[in-house]
Write a protein that binds this ligand. Structure first.
Ligand code: FES
Ligand code: FES
Length: 151
């Protein structure tokens, strides 16, 4: 089946299998490997993207459901060649180790700060509860979120 969607502000068309996930379409058809494929079961958050501004796991969304909609992946957070403030904060806070969880965490954090510009620790914990990191112990990730949230 054919779908048409906007990804990171650009219109795209794709010829997909009806059961294909949005994550597969992003990575394999549209050449956007930033969203990671770890569990493919909605457990880890490494595939987090925004669908019409809402945070979703791209592995749980059918590409067909994105037909006619707008997707933002981690690649789309940069503006004018500059890293998004959340991306900069993750680097500055040393919140990236293997980096596998980082794209999903960056997208989830950007979505949180869009909604709640200065979140409490509980709000950060709640917002990032769907994003698993096996490396950092989360302290540096929290530091990065607080850094990005600074006015
Ligand atoms: S790959 Fe989608 S939640 Fe893990
Ligand atoms: S930095 Fe390795 S999983 Fe998070």
């Amino acid at each position: 089946m054919k779908i048409a969607l906007t990804v990171n502000g650009e219109p795209h068309e794709a010829d997909i299998w009806a059961g294909e996930s949005l994550l597969t379409t992003l990575r394999d058809t549209l050449g956007l490997p930033g969203s990671k494929n770890a569990c493919e079961q909605g457990e880890c958050g490494s595939c987090s993207v925004l669908l019409d501004g809402e945070l979703v796991c791209a592995c749980l969304v059918l590409a067909a459901q994105a037909d006619g909609h707008a997707v933002t992946s981690v690649e789309g957070l940069r503006a004018n060649g500059e890293l998004h403030p959340v991306q900069r904060a993750f680097v500055e806070a040393g919140a990236v180790q293997c980096g596998f969880c980082t794209p999903g965490l960056v997208v989830a954090t950007a979505a949180l700060l869009e909604r709640v510009p200065t979140p409490s620790d509980d709000e950060i914990r709640e917002a990032l509860s769907g994003n698993l990191c096996r490396c950092t112990g989360y302290a540096k990730i929290f530091e990065a979120v607080r850094l990005a949230a600074q006015p």
